[in-house]
Structures are given as C-alpha cells and as structure tokens.
Design a protein around this ligand. Sequence first.
Ligand code: PEP
Ligand code: CO
Length: 418
Amino acid sequence: MPPLVFAGEARDLEAALGEVANGQAFLLQAGECAESFRDFTAVSIREKLKILLQMSVVMIYGSGLPLVKVGRIAGQFAKPRSEPTERVGEIELPSFFGHMVNDDAPTLEARTPDPARLLRVYHQSAATLNLLRAFTNGGFADLTQVHTWNQQFVASSPEGQRYNVLAADIERALDFVRACGIDVAHAQRLHRVDLWTSHEGLVLDYEEALTRKDSLTGDWYDCSAHMLWIGERTHQLGGAHVEFFAGVNNPLGIKLGPTATAGEALELCERLNPARRPGRLTLIVRMGAERLVEALPPIIRAVRDAGHPVVWTTDPMHANVFRTSTGVKTRSFEAIMAEIVAFFSICRGEGVWPGGIHIEFTGEDVTECLGGSAAVLEEELTARYESLCDPRLNARQSLDLAFRVAELMQQQDPRAGA
Ligand code: PEP
Ligand code: CO
C-alpha cells in the first residue's frame, strides 16, 4: 500500500516542533483516546476538527504565538492495557486492545485478535486523512469562518459565549486589516491550516509495514503518521519500541509516567535523539499534579543540563483516571487543570519552556469527564458515555480548558524560554 504521509511533511513538523523546543511556539496535541471502526463519518471527523480549530484560535489569540496542531487521529486505533484480561460479569475475557487488534464487544469471539484489522485501520486512516486535508486546505479552516466552528450545544454555554466574543474580535481585526488596504483574500496563511497526524506507535506490525525509505534523502520514515509516540508501558530502553523508533526519522513523543526517573529520561533522549535535533523529541509528562512536583524537576534538570533540545509537554489526562463508586471510569476537569497548572509552574521554575498540552477529546456532547463550567455530575456520567477506552473531554470542556490554558500562556514571557 502507498504511504499515508510524505517524509517531507514529517521534516516540516520537526522544524515546527523545533520552534516549540526553542520557546517560540506552542504545541496542541489532541484527539481521540481510541478511534473506532463504528464511529467513522464525515460529521464525527468534522466535529473533532471544529474543536481543534476553536481551541487553536483561543490559544493563539491568548499567547500571541504560533501553535503547532497535531491530531490524535487517522491511526489512533491501538490501546496498550495494563492487564491482558478483564472480568466481564462472570467471565474472564482478553482485554480490548483497540480496533487495530480486536473488537470491544464482551465476547471471546470479538476479543480474539484479527490481523485483517490492520488493513481496515489503514483504509480508514487514509479516508480520514483525505477528509482532513480537504477541510484544512479547502476553506473550512479559513480564519474568516471562525464563527461557524462554534457548535450549537456549545454556543449557549459560558465558554461558547466567550468564544463568540473572541471570534467577533478576530473578525473586527480582519476588517481593520482589510480597510488598511491589505489583501486579506489572497493571504494564504489565513485560509488554510497545517494539521499534523499522530498516534501511539504500539503495534509494530502496522508501523513496520508503513516504514519506507524517503526517495529524496534516503532516510527511513514511518509513513503511517507525521508524529508517533511511545506509550508509558512500552518505553523500556532495551524494548522493541525504542529500538524500532530509534531507526526512523519522524518526530517522536515519549510518555513519561509517575515512575520515570532522570536517568531513564536522559538515556531515552540519548538513544532516540543522539544528534540533538530540536523538534525530534517531545517528552509528554503524565504523572498527576502531586507526583509531578517531586518527580519532574530532576528530570527537567538532567535533560536540560545535557543540552537536549526537547519539547516539554503535559498530558494531564492519563494519570487522572479513577472509577466512581458505581464503577464508571472517569476523570475530573479540576484534576486535569491542576496538573496543567503544576506543569507550567514547574517548567517556569526550572527555566524551560512549557511547550504545550496533550489531551483526549471528542466533538460530541458526551458525559465522560466530571466537572467543567457547565459541570457534568457523577450521576450524569452514564447518560452519554461513548468512549471505547478512556473518558474524553467533551466540546464544552475542551473549549473551557483552552481558555484556561491561554491564560496560563499569557503569564509567559516568550524570552524566558529555553
Ligand atoms: C494514551 O495516550 O492513550 C495512553 C494510553 O497513554 P499512556 O501510554 O500515557 O498511558
Ligand atoms: Co487514553
């Protein structure tokens, strides 16, 4: 099969992430926890893109800096699990590992891995990427459309109204620029956006099959996505995932969980980015607000002092999962915000640039995470709980989060960056 992305695009993303590593831009990496074979429509792709565009506008407007937009999309179909099996009622079943591997239905047949799923992932990713390219280049993401990205169920909420005020400000600014005689209609940058794709490089059978030698440079790239990340459960130094990704040239992410140490982080940097290319490595910290305070500073110091130009980013989602008393897997908006706030403050304290956020969201009006300004309550969680795996922020919560992150970014002096 042909590759899904071109190596030159991965190099462009590395350059853009290099700016983030230098403290001159931010990264927003966001999207699905697990893409689904069932939820595969133009509408669902479009609604996710709308939220991403809204969050981007809020964060760019707030920070006054460029934003690198990377979706967890067009390939995010494989889920690492802590346990190989799970109990459903009376029976013990293989865990659900994402639609790339098995089906989520609670039967032994559905949970049996099927390699034909790799092909289906490829085709769904190709179609998704095609539509994203069409939307982002074909006028949908045009800045003059900034008002139209607000969805109906968001528009009436406090953050939706706040967004409308901001959108009106942007439209006024565009009118002003137009009135000054600047040719807005032909300013390409206003009419299209760069959106990059990423997913966890978990199933190496899939990643290997899409790894190709670039005809321009002779270098190897994993052409299943622009950026790949290595998950919290698979970043062992002697492990297959680190070995594989050391050999491809894409920008890479590494999740660092609560037990990560300075020595381990440094060895991963040396192994995966020996040439110290800015933008090659993004360290995605997901420890929980409390653990962060103790565990992150020594890691930052070790990596910083060794001169590794990494992007520091926070995933405030994965260390904040818990089960309610009735057994529903959820996260609270306040815990997510607390981890982001702690991350920004620790980075500043250590003199490195807090480069961005990594989150799981959906464009739908789901009730999976607790809280937010129009708070989702514990008893409401089951009303519209649709995630295949982890609880995602809904569109309103995502926008609310973007405004709060933009405020944190404003407190940032760009010159204080690494
Ligand atoms: C994820 O990003 O969906 C994930 C499983 O993360 P982690 O590897 O950090 O647990
Ligand atoms: Co997840």
